[in-house]
Design a protein around this ligand. Structure first.
Ligand code: ZN
Length: 392
């Protein structure tokens, strides 16, 4: 079902704009009116990272008049493999400012609004209310539910994308015309079950495949062109090289857009999604050490058995001297337990402290009551103990 254009046309394009956008203007479906709608449009991109990079660049090039960028992070070297809006000289700079500079270089006629802050319950409604449409480039569940709920409450379309290794997904959630994100995913996955791109990796170019779908959908919605992805889920498999779409329906029992919504205002999204599972939360309480404390233990030659629960390819990139590799899955199946010595204190670590927390719950349940894990994982070790090591 084609939807009405989201934005009224601007009164006119300047001569320079006509020249710049001529390849759009000669497409009958876009034309002068469509381009004027883009000029009048206000689009917010949440996150100037993997998906946000191509999304912002193409939205800018397409002539979206006002582009908002919200990001509180700074550019890290490990971002540059996929976050193409940033360059080598931007390392260490705030992503929002780096993104603004790149957008200005691509298209000086775009007004860029920088929100150099985290998206929170306190600011989301005010920020979103200034835009016609939200493009989501985040990769954590708490933010996705926050973005979804704010969009439903404000009646805004939410152009969503997600990426992991070789797999991508995209859709348009717009409760006024179809399902919302909660209709598709009523509950977040159990904490620790779905690895993030930081933990599992992502093929850099996958960001372009999915980010460009998001921009395509944004342009279609803004100009009222074609069949939007609302009510459909696009699934992309880069290894098989195929796209398929599944129809998704509005859930009449959806907690926020259903017939009897139980969510009528923003909720506590960190609690809803949980950083780690309840078991792991209990296990790490009082049993978390810092990277510096681990360094002291190793220097003192304490009687410890240090276990790295990451995957072999991560261990190859960087490891803590003396750590024994036993991947997390072996803890979940129980196979790891017989590899643990009974006469040493077990110390677990992973990349950031999420997987090791899950493993700690298993280890403690098996009777290793003095076992601990390293908060912040090897990332904290690199940052606080040995910055000469590579981070990833
Ligand atoms: Zn819903």
């Amino acid at each position: 079902m084609p939807l009405p254009p989201l934005v009224e046309p601007a009164t006119e394009l300047t001569i320079d704009e006509v020249r710049r956008y001529s390849r759009h203007l000669i497409i009958p479906d876009v034309g002068m009116t469509g381009q004027k709608r883009l000029k009048n449009a206000k689009v917010l991109v949440v996150g100037a990272g993997g998906l946000g990079s191509p999304a912002l660049l193409y939205l800018a090039a397409a002539g979206v008049g006002t582009l908002g960028v919200i990001d509180f992070d700074v550019v890290d070297e490990s971002n540059l493999q996929r976050q193409i809006i940033h360059g080598q000289s931007d390392v260490g700079r705030p992503k929002a400012l780096s993104a603004r500079d790149s957008i200005k270089e691509v298209n000086p006629y775009v007004t860029v609004v920088v929100h150099e802050e985290a998206l929170t319950n306190d600011n989301v409604l005010e920020i979103f209310s200034g835009y016609d449409l939200i493009v989501d480039g985040t990769d954590n569940f708490a933010t996705r539910y926050l973005v979804n709920d704010a969009c439903v409450l404000l009646g805004k379309p939410y152009v969503w994308g997600s990426i992991y290794r070789f797999d991508g997904q995209a859709s348009v959630f717009w409760a006024d015309y179809g399902p919302c994100y909660r209709c598709l995913y009523p509950e977040p996955p159990p904490p620790g079950m779905v690895p993030s791109c930081a933990e599992g990796g992502v093929l850099g170019v996958l960001c372009a495949s999915i980010g460009s779908i998001q921009v395509t959908e944004a342009i279609k919605l803004l100009t009222g062109t074609g069949e939007p992805l609302a009510g459909r889920l696009m699934i992309y498999d880069a290894l098989e090289m195929n796209y398929r779409t599944l129809n998704i329906k509005k859930d009449p029992n959806c907690a926020i857009c259903g017939e009897n919504p139980t969510i009528t205002e923003l909720i506590d999204y960190d609690a809803f999604c949980g950083a780690v599972s309840a078991d792991a939360q209990e296990a790490i309480s009082g049993s978390t050490i810092t990277a510096l404390e681990l360094k002291d233990m190793l220097d003192r030659q304490d009687n410890i058995f240090l276990v790295d629960v990451r995957e072999p390819n991560e261990y190859e990139i960087v490891s803590i001297p003396g750590a024994v590799l036993i991947p997390k899955d072996e803890f979940l199946t129980g196979a790891a337990l017989e590899k643990l010595p009974q006469d040493k204190r077990i110390v677990l670590h992973c990349k950031s402290g999420v997987r090791s927390a899950e493993c700690l719950a298993v280890v403690k349940n098996a009777g290793f009551s003095d076992a601990v894990h390293v908060g912040g994982g090897i990332v904290s070790w690199v940052n606080n103990v040995d910055p000469s090591l590579p981070s990833y």
